[in-house]
Every structure is written in C-alpha cells, then in structure tokens.
Design a protein around this ligand. Structure first.
Ligand SMILES: *Cc1c(COP(=O)(O)O)cnc(C)c1O
Length: 363
C-alpha cells in the first residue's frame, strides 16, 4: 500500500537506531557478536533502510523470519542473513549459493538440508534451533539423542546453535535460569563445538551469562524498553504525529462518535485528529488513549474510527487549530506508554502502524 495519509507523519530516526546498536555493543564482551533482528520489515519501521544503516555501523548478521524478507534487503555480500522460519514459504534450493542461512527448527528440516548437503558433497551453512521452553519452534531437547546420531557437524557448517527465551523481560522469572541451564545441557548433550546464540533484547540485560557468542536484539534497537519495569536504557527512535482535521465546540449532553458511547459532561472544545485504527491506532485506545499538544495532554473521547479520533482539547491553550499537530508517540508519550494504554506491547504498536502514514527517515 502507498502512503496516503499525508496528514500524519511517522518519523524514524536512523541515527538513533545506530546509537542504540552501539550502546548494546558496549554491554557485550569481545567474543559476543551483535546481530540485528529485522524481521517483519524491522517491526514495521522499514527493514531495507534500517539494515543498511546497521550495516554502516558494522553489523554483519541479520535475522528475518522468511526467505522473502531476506531477499528484500539490499545486497550485503559480507553479511549473513538468517531465516528464523527456515524453509517455510520457499524451497531449500533457494538458499544455495546465497549469504542467506536457514534456521533449522526440526529433525525434518535437518534431514532435508542434510540430504541436499550429501548430494552436493559439501557442508552447508545452518543454524540449529533447540527449543528450551518456548514450545514454539526448535528441536525438542528430548530429541537430542536422535540428533547426535545424525552427525550433523559432518553435513553442516554450523553457524550457531540457538535457543530463545520466553520470559526475558521479567528479570526475576525463574524460567530464564531454567532455560539457560536447559540450553547448556542440550549443547553439551549434542557434543558439537559451535558458536551459541541465546539472548533477544531483554536477554542481553539478564547479564553476560546469557550472551554466549551472539545476541539477537530487535525491539531494543527500535527504542522499545527491554526492561519494562525500569528506566528505559534505549533511546526513542519513532515519533508519530497527526494533524487536526476539524475543531468544534459541544454542549453538555451531546455525544461523540459511533455508538454515542461518550456523553459530553460540560461545554467542551473537541478536535478531530487524522489517525484511526486503519493507521494502527488501536480501537481500545478509545478508552485510555491520549495525545499531546506541545506537552499538554488531551484525552480521546468516543470510539476510535477507521481514519480519525476525537480528543477533548478544552484545557489546551492556546486553543488548537485545524492543521496543528497532535503528538501520538514522541517526547511526552513513548511507544511503551501507548502500548500500555492499549493493553499490549510496543512490538505490536510498531508492527501495526501500517504504511499509510507519510514516512520520514532522519539520519
Ligand atoms: C523476534 C526474535 C528475536 C528478537 O526479539 P526482541 O525481543 O525484539 O529483541 C530474537 N530471536 C528470535 C528467535 C525471535 O523470534
């Protein structure tokens, strides 16, 4: 879809993504590589341009979910792109003679890739994913003995053995340590010397025990707080603002929006803003959402429409006019604040933003 909502502006600061990347690097030992997760179009923010920026910062390892997402990135010959969903949506042959490496999530995936390696009589690059508690993707730890028999180190150039944390953003959740121990146990049982990859953004902040040879942040690069119950160590990357389409004065007893769900309590001034649920402005924000005018809060009143919201600007001085900007994500309200008001996480806010906003990349 093309950008058609020119009344709203989504600004993505590439220099801050670079700053966030460099900051994460300071948390790592020399032996730990810093990969970047750019799946789902870099959480909706634009993987092509973001991967290029990160490449400029020295990043040479990228994760996507699908093969097609890897193809959409610009050619980076000395980089490696890892495909988390392996062969899903493509054929294994597509990976041959590219810098795109499949993550093998099951014994079946491993057999498939091993057969091809056998036919070609060479070692093929692969990441082996072991499930240590997510129960989403990866080889079960109980199947490690089968894996041992397959002698995969003879067929593959194993880039990493990886696993994924389920509760990393909860620092004190015992599941973290449990998964860490299970991962170490699985790697030992597998008996293969290969680099290890374990931590996502929040996992990095669990400490160096979790870093191994590679970490795989996505969210933190884009400014989402990796430690939700603490001060955000990352810098905000995204700002989103939308213009006032119309203003009006309303009397006590009037209602606003679909279903007449909001009843005006006293004479008020309302402003209609150019963002709605078709722009990823979640409908549930109709109950808890806010926008800001130069730092002054205005509450959403009535239901969120497809293309517009209405806010109460009675208290905003000077009186906002048509064409003024309302801040949706920015200095006064972080993506994590919006997410919390919508009872979700920053990840979903970003991926929902869609492509209708006018986008501007800084840096
Ligand atoms: C999405 C994903 C990541 C990145 O997670 P963040 O929380 O965004 O840092 C890392 N590893 C795997 C397997 C993932 O699916």
């Amino acid at each position: 879809m093309e950008e058609t909502n020119s009344q709203a502006l989504l600004e993505i600061d590439l220099d801050i993504i670079a700053e966030n990347y460099n900051f994460l690097k300071t948390l790592l030992d020399e032996k730990t590589r810093l990969a970047a997760v750019v799946k789902a179009d870099s959480y909706g923010l634009g993987s092509k341009i973001i991967a290029k920026k990160l490449y400029g910062c020295g990043c040479r390892q990228f994760y996507v979910s699908y093969f097609n997402e890897a193809i959409q990135l610009e050619k980076m010959n000395d980089a490696e792109i890892y495909v988390l969903h392996g062969f899903a949506g493509t054929t294994p042959d597509e990976f041959l003679d590219t810098n795109i490496v499949p993550v093998l999530n099951s014994i079946e995936d491993i057999k498939t890739w091993q057969t091809i390696a056998g036919k070609m009589n060479k070692k093929l690059p692969a990441i082996i994913h072991i499930d240590t508690g997510m129960n989403r993707l990866g080889v079960d730890v109980k199947d490690i003995p089968d894996l041992v028999k397959m002698e995969i180190d003879k067929s593959f150039d194993i880039k990493y053995i990886m696993s994924h944390l389920a509760c990393a953003e909860e620092k004190h959740n015992p599941k973290n340590k449990e998964q860490l121990e299970k991962f170490k146990f699985a790697v030992k049982a597998l008996g293969i010397k290969a680099p290890l990859s374990f931590a996502n953004s929040s996992g990095i902040f669990l400490g160096k025990d979790y870093h191994f040879n590679q970490v795989r942040p996505g969210a933190a690069l884009y400014g989402i707080n990796p430690e939700p119950d603490r001060y955000n160590p990352m810098k905000a990357v995204v700002s989103l603002k939308a213009k006032i389409l119309q203003t009006r004065a309303v009397e006590k007893g009037e209602t606003v929006g679909y279903g007449c769900s909001y009843v005006v309590q006293k004479p008020s001034k309302l402003a209609t803003i150019a963002a709605g649920y078709a722009d990823g402005f979640f409908r549930v924000l109709g109950e808890h959402g806010l926008v800001y005018f130069k730092g002054v809060k205005a509450r959403i009143v009535g239901k969120v429409s497809m293309d517009a919201i209405v806010v109460n600007v009675t208290a905003v001085k000077p009186e906002p006019k048509v064409g003024d900007w309302a801040e949706i994500i920015g200095e006064n309200q972080t993506v994590d604040d919006v997410a919390s008001n919508a009872n979700t996480i920053g990840y979903e806010v970003f991926t929902a933003l869609g492509s209708r906003y006018k986008r501007v990349y800084k840096g």
